[in-house]
Design a protein around this ligand. Structure first.
Ligand code: KG4
Ligand code: ZN
Length: 338
């Protein structure tokens, strides 16, 4: 089954062609990063306008690159939540028009479910159940993937997402938006013991997390140094910060494995590209004899191939939409699709 998939929830316009949820024929991405960078973050109006400009050309490009025709498409899948509402609406309306014109089913896909499904592309033999650590720019949570379309959130951040914190601290260090990857690179040569950053204690659900205290501590440390005219050792601070984020995530992921008895841990989302988090996960899962699935960096960030992968399984589960499909800025990834 050939799915044309569309992603436009934030600042990447993407169109892919994916066969049977596992084989990517092509994944075309138009990034708007350079445009938003001058504002230090994503400007929603600009994002929507640029999605409109890019999406038709990208779809033509995808067909051309994959050497398929419109008649070969069996369904259209699209990210319908969560994200920037104006940005999502561009993809949803394009997908609705495409499904109507091609007379094929329309499949709504939750963005986070898509991130998780990037693992199906990277690991063709991977099947639920497994545990997934989702760490993106806007979400940080531990998800028990019981089946392709049945998922339970076991714990998550009570405040900021890990990616937001990486970006905020990177911005304070004058790194271009989104600074997570630059902060990661700087951390490579740093000494993580130089700066002592706090580790938040959280009562209640042991799998919940908190990043705002850590973010504020790092921001204050930079401010104080600036006010006193002191130099910050950027690599050292980046190394301490990355270590602190990892120490919030990894023990909880390990505890979730113990609680659920799952033998496979997958990771998903842009922050899953972080080298410290990847190294810590590799070491800790090896110790426990747990299989670790970490998609390549190209599949960790936003893309449409992951939407095509999840779209296939949503289709098989009968989760289809009609021309009344709407977009939603927020929506839980558990439970019913619509
Ligand atoms: O999943 P994603 O592409 O977009 C969302 O759906 O949010 O994630 C983007 C986030 C940004 O916050 C970016 O700074 C972060 O992923 N990121 C990283 C790294 N590469 C990307 N954070 C830490 N280390 C990295 N290597
Ligand atoms: Zn994303």
């Amino acid at each position: 089954m050939l799915i044309l998939s569309v992603e436009s929830s934030c600042d990447e316009t993407a169109v892919a062609l994916v066969r049977d949820g596992r084989e990517v024929l092509t994944d075309c991405i138009a990034s708007q990063l350079a445009l938003h960078r001058i504002y230090g973050g994503v400007v929603p109006e600009i994002a929507s306008r640029k999605h409109i400009e890019a999406i038709y050309g990208l779809a033509d490009q995808a067909l051309l690159r994959a050497n398929v025709t419109r008649a070969d498409i069996d369904a259209v899948a699209v990210t319908y939540a969560p994200g920037l509402i104006g940005a999502l609406l561009v993809g949803v309306n394009f997908a609705k028009a495409a499904a109507l014109a091609l007379d094929v089913p329309l499949v709504p896909v939750h963005h986070i479910r898509g991130h998780i499904a990037a693992n199906y592309l990277a690991y063709p033999d991977l099947q639920p159940p497994f545990l997934c650590l989702v760490v993106s720019g806007g979400h940080t949570m531990l998800v028990d993937v019981q089946d392709y379309t049945r998922m339970e959130i076991l714990g998550g951040t009570r405040d900021d997402a890990a990616g937001e914190c990486f970006d905020k601290v990177a911005r304070m260090l004058d790194m271009p938006y989104p600074g997570g990857a630059a902060l990661d690179r700087a951390a490579q040569s740093g000494d993580e013991t130089h700066y002592v950053l706090p580790h938040s204690k959280i009562s209640g659900n042991p799998l919940d997390m908190s990043f705002s205290g850590l973010k504020t501590a790092a921001v204050n440390l930079i401010h104080n140094a600036q006010q006193k005219g002191q130099e910050i050792n950027v690599p050292d601070l980046c190394a301490s910060f990355s270590a602190a984020v990892s120490e919030m995530l990894i023990p909880r992921a390990m505890q979730a494995l113990e609680l659920t008895g799952r033998k496979t841990l997958a990771v998903a989302g842009g922050v899953a590209a972080n080298s410290r988090i990847r190294a810590d996960l590799t070491r800790e899962t090896q110790k426990r004899g747990v299989r670790l699935c970490m998609p390549p960096l190209s599949l960790c960030g936003d893309n449409a191939a992951m939407i095509g992968a999840q779209g296939y399984y949503e289709y098989l589960s009968g989760n289809l939409a009609d021309q009344t499909l709407n977009a939603y800025a927020t929506k839980s990834m558990e439970g019913e699709t619509l």
